[in-house]
Write a protein that binds this ligand. Structure first.
Ligand code: DQA
Length: 147
């Protein structure tokens, strides 16, 4: 199985950015944890981050025929981007939406998610672990016994 983890704008600033909301783990450390989790679960993973909406659309389009599942945290584009929603619909790749913070408990505008319409599941407010939970959802299994 091949998973693509996509992060949108300002998520490269993890560790620096509003640590009370997003924690102190850096983007580089997030990628290391995602890669370690993939290795543990026996799947391939790649991490992609961009601050630009069109680049995120390109990354989703490029995943067509190459990737079995997408984990996506579109950052602020969650609440505005029909283009990212349409890209996910266009490729029809299984996708899970992740938010580090609990978006439903914040400003009202963060309760709207366009991307959610193309995702099997939303994981919000679980911090960095949300990415690993999203991977597990795509992998489709519980953790092996005894773990
Ligand atoms: C976020 C929540 C968004 O509202 C915000 O714009 C982000 C990060 C999260 O991970 O909690 O950039 O997606």
């Amino acid at each position: 199985m091949n998973i693509l983890v996509i992060n949108g704008p300002n998520l490269n600033m993890l560790g620096i950015r509003e640590p009370d909301l997003y924690g102190r783990v850096t983007y580089a450390e997030l990628c290391r944890r995602i890669e370690a989790h993939a290795a543990e679960r026996g799947v391939e993973v790649s991490c992609y981050q961009s601050n630009h909406e069109g680049d995120l659309v390109d990354a989703i389009q490029n995943a067509y025929g190459r990737v079995d599942g997408i984990v996506i945290n579109p950052g602020a584009y969650t609440h505005t981007s029909v283009a990212i929603l349409d890209a996910l619909k266009a490729v029809s790749i299984r996708a899970v939406e992740v938010h580090i913070s609990d978006v439903d408990a914040r400003e009202p505008f963060r309760r709207t998610s366009y991307v959610r319409l193309a995702c099997e599941r939303t994981i919000s407010g679980h911090g960095i672990d949300g990415y690993l939970e999203a991977m597990d959802h795509l992998i489709g299994g519980e953790k092996p016994c005894g773990r």
